[in-house]
Structures are given as C-alpha cells and as structure tokens.
Design a protein around this ligand. Structure first.
Ligand code: UAG
Ligand code: ATP
Length: 508
C-alpha cells in the first residue's frame, strides 16, 4: 500500500533519539523495515540486534537499496550519506515508528488481544464470529490467517504476531475497510520482543500457561511475566469508549498474576470456580462436539458447541467473556458458537470413506497433545495411533514429556518430523522416544521412528483398521516443513487424503 510520511513526523515520535546527519523538512519516507531482503527504496531501515546476526551489518546494503534513514541501537560510527537515528532500544523504536507511519490505527479501532500457550487462534476465531453475529465488522491476525472485514486469507508467514511494520499496516487496512474490532493473537514472542508495544488494546484475554518457548524466555517464570505485558499495555493508550478489560481464565493456576497486571476491569471465567463472573459446565460430549451450560448473573443457557475437546469450552468461555464486556447478549454468543465451523488444522476430520477416523490437530505442546489424546481416546472403540514429532531449535525440553504423555494415551506412536530445522532429525525423535521409554514403551511394539513425515502418515493409515483413530499432530494448517535444506511445501490434509486414496478409499 503506497504511503509517504514526513521523516520529521516520525522522528518526533522518538523524542529521546539522537540524530546524526541532516535532512530537510520535506524529506518523506515510504516505508519502515527491519529486513533489507524485503525493504523498499525510500524506507527507514531499523537495524535490530538479531538472534543470529546484528542488523547493523546490513546498513550499507540498506543504503544501497535506497534507505532514507537508519535507526541503530547504542552507537554507530561510520559516516553515512543518510541520517542516523540513534536510540536506546531498536525494537521499541521499530514498533513506535511503524505505529506512527501507519497513523496509529489501533487508536481508532477497538482492539482485543488474546494471549496464552494454547487456544489463542481458536479463541480469536470465536470472538470474531460472535462480534460479527452482533453486526460488528471484524478483522483478525492469527497464526493461520489474516482477516479484514469479509476478506480472509491464509498467510505464508511462520509467525503468530507479525513484525510491527506488517502488524500496523494490517490494522491500517482494517480501518480503511471499515472494521470496528481487530482481534490480535498476541504471542509471548510478540510481547517480549516489543512487536505489540504500540497497540492500543481495549481487551486483553488470557487462556492458559504451560511451558513453551523457553529458548526465548529463559525460565517458565519469565515466560509467565512476559505474557503479563499484554495486561499492562491496556493502561498505555486512550480509552475508546468500550472500557478496558482483562478477561481471565480463573482455573489456570497463574490467573492471579494476570488479574494483578490488568490496567482496567477484570472479568473472569471458569469451569470450576463459583467465584468467576462466567461459569461453564460440560453436560455431554459426542463425536460432533460438546454441550455445556453457561451461567451468568443468575441466568443460564445451554450451548451445543459443534467441535470436540473439553478445552474448547474454555476457548468458548473466553470468547463469551469478551462479548459480555462489549454488551453482546449471551443468545447472540450461543448462535455464533452453534454455527462455529472450527479452525483449519484443529481437530480437522479427514474422511475418504475409510472405516477408521483420521484427525489432524495442531497440538505441539505436552499439554495440548495430552488434551487432544484424552478427547480422542474417549471416543475411540479400537486403537489410538499418534503420529507426531517436535520442532528443531525450539524447546528441546518438551520432547520427552510429549513422548511420555503420548505413550500414556496412544496405543501406537509413529515419531516423525515436525520442523527439524538445522537439527539432526533422528536425535529429535530419540529425545521424544526417551520420554516414551521412561513409562515402559518399547520400540517396535509401542512406537517406531520414521523421520519422513509422508512415509509416517502412510504407515499409520495402512496399520489402522475399523474403529481405530489416527491422530496426525503438530503440523495443523502449516504449509511447509522447515528442514536444514530449506522449506518443503506441506499440506497435511491433502497428504492424508492422498494416502487414503492410495489405500483404496475414495468415498466421502
Ligand atoms: C525470534 C525472532 O523474533 N526471530 C525473528 C528474527 O530472527 P533473528 O533475530 O534470528 O534475525 P537475524 O537473522 O539475527 O537478523 C537480524 C536482523 O537483520 C535483518 N536482516 C537479516 C538478513 C538480511 O539479509 N538482511 C537483514 O536486514 C533481519 O531481518 C533481522 O531484523 O527476525 C527474522 C526476520 O524478521 C524473523 O524471521 C524471525 O522470526 C522467525 C520467523 C521465527 O521463527 N519467529 C518465531 C520464533 C516467532 O516469533 N514465534 C512467535 C510465537 C509463535 C507461537 O506462539 O508458537 C510469533 O509470534 O510468531
Ligand atoms: N484452551 C486450550 N487448552 C489446551 N489446549 C488447547 C486449547 N485450545 C486449543 N488447544 C490445543 O492447541 C492446539 C492449537 O490451538 P490454537 O491454534 O487455538 O492455539 P494457539 O495458542 O493459537 O497455538 P499457536 O500460537 O501455537 O498457533 C489445538 O490444535 C489443540 O490441540
């Protein structure tokens, strides 16, 4: 989207910055970027201190490509032909500049942020569908896809929360399209690395915390604290007349931290605690979904959620909580939830007329794998197969617990690649197997390792028979497998369908 903003205006947004070099009042910039591979001429280049390399290394390249100014953290000596904006923290400056460049779109939208280890995407989808049932136009930013009013599309980025330039551009486009509410999956990376610092949130939602991404946060304690930033950000920006709310899962042991961090009013939900503002009790479970009753201010309503998994009742309660803070009646929430079609790659059933069930799910943590396996175990007459792996270069400590929990519930496991990245793929599988073996699993009898994911899927489907369930976990909606040799295109649903066809199942 073409846009030109005076450099002057952007520099004013960084009052503590020190500027070296001159520019005239009519200098304009046409973009903000922290990546020379994507930067367009006329942009400000922000040199971020990366995890692999210092972005300062790319300054000459940025200037060659037409950067109008560069932002650096700390100091930068060489004499450059463009102004150098020296700041204390380049990530904070990147966020500030991107928000200013796109004219702070979040100040005019009503913005809802969803954080937590699991359930962010599902909850975001549910919130959006409820708001739309109440006739509000919505946009969202999720791991799976982006939505601006009626246009929804799958993105290729391997990220949940985009970098600030992309993020604020999306919010700007939402505003241009007449969107009233933006719902943003707010990852712990996004919060810790200040990608979300200049978003004016109105509602912050907390789903749950288990242990993940310790390669970034260091400790579970720090991970919990980094997520709390979302609730503090509520206090940073003007109120847009819809109130500021923290919507918090009271059943999570960490709830109090997020309640205490909320710069606004608190709304709680629970399946167990009578003190919560909103309570949901599961009444029955079926192949088609879960029925639960919600209790709010002395009234109660039964809701048939057409997706299975008890945890989805938590996601639904979080979304109803948000709707209540926006004065949406529970009947509207009910009708939105009863029409909910789910999220691609989450409990997605693949049917080609085979006599067993095939389910694709994005479970890639110990907690989510356990919850999904429990759900599937409850409704499987035969054997439960689990095909899964664990990411390379991320959270190696979660591998053994994933193996352990899968060994507990699955009758047979095929350990396979998820995103091995630069790591030895067999070593990742051996790390998972170690957890499985710690609870008595034996190779050959209870599990096998097949790094090639396609071959693993074919093996599982050819072993399955009537009444069995095959869970393909960890890839969900993702469109690539990241290996040391680059990205391999991937579509788990298509591969499962093709495998079933090759096994002779062609019906619906
Ligand atoms: C941890 C993190 O934020 N990583 C991002 C970061 O990588 P990095 O720090 O390693 O970058 P680097 O290679 O050291 O380079 C340093 C700087 O030089 C720039 N550069 C680099 C090369 C070049 O030719 N020119 C150039 O300008 C880079 O853009 C970067 O700004 O900058 C890269 C370029 O923008 C991103 O691709 C990369 O995200 C990758 C995709 C990633 O995997 N991110 C994940 C960990 C992530 O953020 N996940 C969370 C949570 C997901 C969840 O909930 O499960 C998310 O919100 O997405
Ligand atoms: N409330 C929940 N509690 C535990 N597990 C959940 C919950 N909701 C979803 N899951 C599990 O987590 C997986 C991912 O769900 P979802 O995409 O909604 O979460 P997420 O937090 O957005 O994950 P990510 O950020 O990694 O995309 C699902 O496939 C399911 O296995």
């Amino acid at each position: 989207m073409d846009r030109a903003v005076p450099l002057n205006k952007l520099v004013k947004a960084l009052p503590k910055a020190h500027i070296v070099g001159n520019y005239s009042d009519d200098t304009v910039v046409t973009g903000i970027s922290a990546d020379t591979r994507e930067m367009k001429p006329g942009s400000i280049f922000v040199a971020l201190p990366g995890f692999h390399v210092d972005g300062k290394k790319f300054i000459p390249n940025a200037i060659e490509k037409g950067a109008k100014a560069v932002v650096v953290e700390g100091s930068y000596q060489p004499d450059l032909q463009v102004p150098v904006i020296i700041v204390d923290n380049a990530r904070l400056a990147f966020s500030r500049l991107a928000a200013e460049f796109w004219d702070n779109p979040s100040h005019k939208l009503k913005v809802i942020g969803v954080t937590g280890t699991n359930g962010k995407t599902t909850t975001t989808y549910m919130i959006s569908s409820m708001l739309e049932s109440a006739d509000a136009s919505t946009g969202f930013i999720t791991t799976v896809d982006y939505k601006i009013a009626n246009h929804q599309w799958k993105h290729e980025e391997h990220s949940t929360t985009p970098q600030p330039d992309r993020l604020h551009e999306l919010l700007y486009r939402m505003l241009q399209a007449g969107v009233e509410y933006a719902v943003i999956e707010s990852s712990s990376h996004g919060l810790k690395l200040h990608r979300l610092e200049d978003v004016a949130y109105d509602v912050a939602v907390f789903t749950n915390v288990t242990s993940e991404h310790l390669e970034l946060h260091g400790t579970v304690e720090q991970y919990r604290l980094d997520k709390a930033r979302l609730f503090q950000l509520l206090g940073n920006h003007p109120d847009k007349g819809c109130g500021k709310w923290g919507v918090i899962n009271l059943d999570d042991p960490n709830a109090q931290l997020y309640i205490d961090s909320t710069k606004g009013k608190v709304f709680t939900y629970s399946q167990q605690d009578e003190n919560a503002d909103l309570i949901g009790n599961i009444i029955r479970r079926s192949e088609e979904g879960v029925t639960f009753r919600v209790h709010y201010k002395g009234n109660s309503t039964e809701i048939n959620l057409p997706i299975s998994g008890d945890y989805n009742v938590y996601n639904a309660l979080a979304a109803i909580g948000v709707a209540i803070t926006q004065n949406i009646p529970i009947d509207v929430c009910k009708s939105a939830l009863e029409r909910f079609t789910g999220v691609p790659g989450r409990m997605q059933v693949i049917s080609m007329g085979q006599p067993f069930t095939v389910v694709i799910d994005y479970a890639h943590t110990e907690d989510s794998l356990e919850k999904v396996l429990i759900t599937l175990k409850q409704r499987t007459r035969g054997r439960l197969f689990a095909v899964f792996g664990s990411a390379g270069e991320r959270d190696p400590y979660k591998r053994a617990p994933m193996g352990k929990v899968a060994a507990k519930y699955a009758d047979f496991m095929i350990l396979t690649n998820e995103d091995p990245r630069g790591e030895d793929e067999m070593q990742i599988l051996l790390d998972i197997a170690e957890g499985a073996r710690s609870v008595g699993a034996i190779e050959g009898r209870d599990y096998i390792c097949i790094p090639d994911r396609k071959a693993a899927i074919y093996e599982a489907l050819s072993r399955a028979s009537s009444g069995d369930t095959v869970l393909l976990a960890g890839k969900g909606h993702e469109t690539t497998i990241e290996t040391k040799n680059g990205f391999i295109p991937w579509d788990e649903a298509e591969i499962a369908k093709q495998a079933l066809k090759d096994l002779g199942y062609t019906g619906k």
